[in-house]
Design a binder for this molecule. Structure first.
Ligand SMILES: Cc1cc2nc3c(=O)[nH]c(=O)nc-3n(C[C@H](O)[C@H](O)[C@H](O)COP(=O)(O)OP(=O)(O)OC[C@H]3O[C@@H](n4cnc5c(N)ncnc54)[C@H](O)[C@@H]3O)c2cc1C
Length: 350
């Protein structure tokens, strides 16, 4: 985007733009935790830049959610309640956000890199002709210039790009779910709540039919136990063994990108930089070498158990427990051991 094409930005006065906004996503089942997680970096930045932290909520029947962002660290909530916002349409949500941004002029705007965030925020960026950095993993600030430094891995996680938008406002960023932890919830916090009445446009998108898709398995980003397989499994059959272990211990299966590329597991179960970040209590990495792009997705896992034939595999440097061996022997042995302990425990109780 060249400066010539955007004359409105030629005379940017940064002092007119103040405040950090976080878009709080309301789903049918309630607030999307991924958006509350953003209050963690946003609170730190707001304190550093000495500005207010504002949560923005759009939807229908949203009053019951208004205090939550404040309990998690926001100073203020701005909300728009309208029947037309019950169903999510990117152009409608985008237009409402553009209206609010034009009125309040926040210097920074964050949204979670969810399906909605990835769709809606580029709409806002394009309409306002400002910059957007997708999938950020960290932030800092140049306080003097009030520039946000948006940090994200570019094509390999061995590098970290530091991106800034010095001549446009607001500075827009999306953040992957589970990269930041939820802030501490404090019901004693108080803040201001502002209702905004804005014209909500009709969507240009027409819904032709709606089909409910039943998701059988817990999404990996929400699972407590994950048994994950890589190229070392050798074939899709390897995942049958991993599923058996996962079922036994109440977990779900996931995989590396190589396993996804091979067609052994679906992309929605890919862990890593171009997949999902997980935060499970227990993560088994089976036949996974431990490439930087994979490790990126397991930073928030509490306990990592690596099973690999190669004692030099990098995954062992990032694991709490390592088992050197062929998974075709190790996993059945683990399954047998777990089963036998359960039987023994059961018989003692009888
Ligand atoms: C821009 C970019 C984004 C990427 N995003 C992702 C991403 O999101 N997620 C991701 O995972 N990767 C990603 N990658 C790919 C990444 O760099 C690695 O290529 C990939 O993670 C390797 O997958 P793997 O560990 O399954 O396979 P390999 O690296 O081939 O490792 C297989 C491992 O299995 C072990 N093994 C072999 N046989 C057995 C056996 N019988 N029992 C036990 N162990 C065995 C081997 O010793 C080896 O360590 C990305 C790459 C790029 C460039």
């Amino acid at each position: 985007m060249s400066e010539e094409r955007c004359p409105e930005w030629e005379s940017l006065d940064k002092n007119e733009w103040r405040g950090i906004w976080v878009f709080i996503e309301i789903l049918d089942e309630g607030i999307n935790t991924a958006s509350l997680q953003l209050l963690t970096p946003a609170r730190g930045l707001a304190d550093k830049l000495n500005t207010e932290l504002v949560a923005v909520i759009l939807g229908d029947d949203v009053k019951k959610y208004l205090m939550e962002p404040i309990y998690y660290g926001a100073d203020k909530v701005i909300y728009v309640e309208d029947k037309k916002l019950r169903a999510y349409y990117p152009d409608v949500y985008g237009e409402v956000l553009v209206t609010l941004i034009r009125k309040y002029k926040p210097e920074i705007f964050f949204a979670a890199a969810t399906l909605r965030g990835r769709e809606m925020v580029p709409y806002v960026a394009n309409t306002l002709r400002t910059g957007i950095t997708a999938d950020c993993t960290d932030f800092s600030a140049d306080v003097q210039n009030r520039d946000l430094i948006m940090i994200r891995p570019p094509f390999g996680a061995t590098l970290l790009a530091h991106i800034r938008v010095p001549n446009r406002r607001p500075q827009l960023a999306t953040v992957r779910p589970n990269v930041f932890r939820l802030p501490k919830r404090d019901e004693g916090r108080r803040g201001e709540i502002i209702e905004e009445k804005v014209r909500v446009p009709e969507s240009k998108i027409k819904l032709i039919s709606r089909q409910e898709v039943k998701v059988e398995e817990t999404p990996i980003e929400k699972a407590d136990i994950i048994v994950s397989g890589g190229r070392g499994l050798g074939s899709a059959d390897g995942f049958k063994l991993l599923s058996e272990l996962a079922n036994l211990i109440g977990g779900v299966v996931a995989g590396s990108r190589k396993a996804v590329d091979a067609g052994w597991i679906s992309h929605d179960r890919q862990v890593g930089q171009t997949g999902k970040s997980i935060k499970s209590m227990l993560y088994f990495a089976v036949g996974i070498s431990g490439a930087a792009q994979h490790l990126f997705g397991i930073r928030e896992a509490k306990i990592v158990v690596a099973i690999n034939v190669d004692p030099e595999a990098p995954i062992f440097e990032n694991a709490d427990y390592g088992i050197v061996g062929d998974y075709r022997q190790v996993i059945p042995a683990l399954i047998d051991e777990i089963k036998s302990r359960r039987v023994t425990k059961g018989s003692k109780n009888q």
